[in-house]
Design a protein around this ligand. Structure first.
Ligand SMILES: [Zn+2]
Length: 116
């Protein structure tokens, strides 16, 4: 259910943007979503379809691109990307430390809109 408030805020931004640009119909929304975020593509689209019904973004397709998770080592300060599907450990490639903070991976934002 955590997709719902996210989609709600994305839709509000999309609609505001569409009005400002005199768009008559939004056909696609390109989103960038961090690999670590627990937003599921399928639910995002379903909630979007539900919330956008009857509006100018009704029927728009969400095109979701995943951004990699980037960690910063707490010991040596090195930043490194990890593929969370392939890499079971988050060890620093520089010094082997497993202490780190996440630089990116949970964020989401709208890259651009396709509209007519
Ligand atoms: Zn390190």
């Amino acid at each position: 259910m955590h997709e719902l408030p996210v989609i709600d805020s994305i839709l509000k931004i999309v609609l505001r943007h569409a009005v400002e640009n005199n768009v008559s119909r939004v056909v696609a929304i390109h989103l960038q979503v961090g690999e670590m975020s627990d937003l599921e593509d399928i639910w995002m689209q379903q909630y979007f379809d539900h919330l956008s019904k009857g509006g100018i973004a009704d029927g728009a397709v969400l095109k979701i691109e995943r951004t990699p998770v980037v960690l910063k080592c707490s010991d040596c300060g090195m930043s490194y990307a990890v593929n969370i599907k392939e890499t079971p450990s988050y060890e620093c490639p520089g010094c082997g430390s497993d202490k780190n903070t996440m630089v990116s991976g949970r964020e989401y934002f709208i890259k651009h809109l396709e509209a007519i």
